[in-house]
Design a protein around this ligand. Structure first.
Ligand code: GLU
Length: 374
């Protein structure tokens, strides 16, 4: 068992903070707490890590702004509160990160956005661009159009999906409990903290069943399941208490706090499996021998210039097979341009995409990260 925690070696980290950690007992935003999160994230940035924050807190902020003392029961009222409160949440993060010299970006997502291939690619490109620009994306569920989090505390799942989306190395889920216990610590005095386990171990789901406070609706079961999902793209998960002073900084320096759920599958296999979820072949592109070599031997992306012929009809985000001139399949991957667009840009250098199509999504037809060699 290694003495150093998994966050230390991570380059890209998704941090999920629940409502309870950014609000004052569920009544309005805790601006000091938010400032502390921003300070800690800034330290991680200084250590060379990229951080994406998944934060709830919109409903609590909205309730306060609307002068509501008790949490409404009707879903549409909760959604209205979230819509009002999201403004405050974004404002608080922007101010706090600004004070640390960091820019933020607001991203509101739903699970359905990430299940749809085109929206998935769009979200992925936007997040990649933001990280490239050193911006800290602040992500919440889009409560106006879906209510998964309102009903089930499902920002844990959203955080895991974001982890897959950006291929983060680690997902840190901060909560109001110290981690995952062998039994419910409030009922069983013999319960002990599980320091390390395999993500996806079915035993974990059994012991995590049901625990959770009134504000943190997610409980442990969604966290354990989120870890299992994060592991599918090779990411480890840490479940730790957001009440631990400087928890993110200490984790980043290698301290082991809370529960580490380790992704046992090697990253590559995990990525293939995850891409396989998307695999339903929509078309083929015949690529030239040079492109086939670049994919097979050089770890390169597929550029439009390497495409000889487009077969079938597909949309941006569909899965397309790349075959060499002899008809052997070289790779499969998520395509950045539709079949009609690909026909127009085939055999051309990427610098001409914008002139030909009037816009440019990405310079690659299929990015290496979205590709599995056959
Ligand atoms: N996404 C919502 C928020 O940020 C839901 C949280 C809740 O159910 O309290 O407030």
């Amino acid at each position: 068992m290694s003495a150093t925690g998994v966050v230390a070696a991570a380059r890209r980290v998704v941090v999920k903070v629940g409502s309870g950690l950014v609000t004052a007992d569920g009544r309005g935003l805790d601006l000091e707490a938010i400032a502390r999160w921003a300070r800690q994230v800034a330290v991680l940035h200084g250590l060379g890590k990229q951080v994406l924050l998944v934060s709830s807190g919109a409903i609590a902020a909205g309730m306060q702004r609307l002068g509501w003392r008790t949490r409404p029961h009707q879903i549409h009222e909760l959604q209205a509160a979230a819509a009002v409160g999201q403004m405050g949440l974004a404002q608080a993060y922007e101010t706090s990160f600004g004070a640390q010299g960091l820019r933020t970006a607001q991203i509101l997502l739903t699970h359905a956005d990430l299940a749809d291939r085109e929206r998935y690619l769009n979200a992925r490109s936007t997040l990649a661009a933001l990280l490239q620009l050193n911006v800290v994306p602040v992500i919440n569920e889009n409560d106006t159009v879906v209510t998964d989090e309102i009903k089930f505390g499902d920002n844990d799942t959203l955080a895991a999906l974001v982890t897959n989306l950006v291929e983060a190395d680690v997902l840190v889920i901060l909560t109001d409990q110290r981690g995952l216990f062998s039994a419910d610590p409030r009922r069983d005095p013999a319960a002990t903290l599980i320091e390390r386990a395999q993500a996806g171990d079915p035993h974990l789901e059994t012991i995590a069943g049901g625990a959770g406070s009134a504000i943190a609706r997610g409980g442990m079961i969604t966290k354990v399941r989120a870890a299992k999902r994060a592991a599918r793209s090779g990411a480890h998960t840490v479940i730790a208490s957001g009440r631990e002073p400087d928890v993110l900084v200490r984790l980043a320096r290698g301290e082991r706090i809370g529960t580490e759920l380790i992704a046992s599958v090697p990253v590559l296999a995990a990525r293939k499996q995850w891409l396989a979820d998307h695999l339903q072949l929509k078309g083929r592109v015949v690529i030239d021998a040079g492109a086939a070599r670049a994919l097979r031997a050089e770890g390169k992306s597929l550029l439009p210039i390497g495409v000889l012929e487009v077969q079938g009809e597909f949309a941006r985000g569909d899965v397309v097979a790349c075959v060499d001139p002899e008809g052997h399949e070289v790779a499969r991957g998520l395509v950045n341009y539709s079949s009609a667009e690909t026909r127009l840009i085939a055999r051309r250098p990427s610098s001409e995409i914008e002139t030909v199509l009037g816009f440019i999504e990405e310079p690659e037809l299929i990015h290496r990260d979205n590709m599995v060699l056959s």
